[in-house]
Ligand binder design. Structure first.
Ligand SMILES: [Zn+2]
Length: 216
């Protein structure tokens, strides 16, 4: 039967991107998107979808891809490194503070404390703090940049997906509906393609009732 026609595409979809100006509404949320999933054969099915839905396993699952996996691992490593850098920074700040507190206490206990030398030291500390803070921020900024690059690469390398079976079922139904519409349009274009309304008046012919099959 035509309605049960087997679709000419498998549940393997490739991600393509169109230009910003060619964005179309996402099938899930209707927001404009430039991501298109195209059936593996490259022509029989395609639809627009936001990149974010592709991370949802209820919608699609990525087909394992070495380059995407590597980029994703890199992203995770960088995330861990950033956490480590932040923790080390906090630790260093604590050590610095306790060292300085100890020094200040020592100075208070010392009767021949040189006020000028003390002020110079405090100024030097301020300069050191400013420099440390600048370096720390710069280090984090670079890591953040690398992490974003890895994330983008992971997304871009991930170009093959399996759809969730219900979503694939919807695509197949959609394809069948299109086939039906196409057939109807074809029949309408072709003279005599559609059965015409009988022209004879009722009761004047012998062909109105189908012939019953002969009994054995
Ligand atoms: Zn969407």
């Amino acid at each position: 039967m035509a309605t049960a026609a087997h679709p000419p595409f498998k549940n393997i979809y490739h991600l393509r991107r169109v230009a910003e100006a060619s964005q179309k509404p996402c099938v899930v949320c209707y927001k404009p998107t430039s991501v298109v999933l195209v059936s593996e054969d490259g022509k029989n099915d395609f639809f627009y979808v936001c990149q974010t839905h592709l991370a949802d396993r209820g919608f699609a699952s990525p087909v394992v891809n070495a380059a995407a996996e590597a980029a994703k691992r890199r992203q995770e490593e960088l995330e861990k490194e950033m956490e480590l850098v932040k923790k080390e920074w906090e630790k260093r700040q604590k050590t610095k503070k306790s060292d300085r507190d100890a020094k200040a206490k020592e100075r208070r206990n010392n009767k021949d404390n040189d006020k000028k030398a003390e002020q110079e030291e405090l100024d030097a500390q301020k300069t050191e703090d400013r420099r440390d803070k600048g370096e720390h921020r710069e280090q984090l900024r670079k890591l953040e940049e690398q992490k974003e690059e890895a994330k983008t690469k992971a997304e871009q390398e991930q170009r093959v997906f399996h759809l969730n079976k219900d979503i694939y079922g919807m695509r197949v139904n959609n394809w069948r509906n299109i086939q039906r519409s196409k057939r109807t349009a074809e029949l309408l274009r072709k003279p005599g393609g559609l059965p015409s309304v009988p022209m004879r008046s009722p009761g004047d012919g012998s062909n109105d009732t189908p012939t019953a099959p002969a009994s054995p």
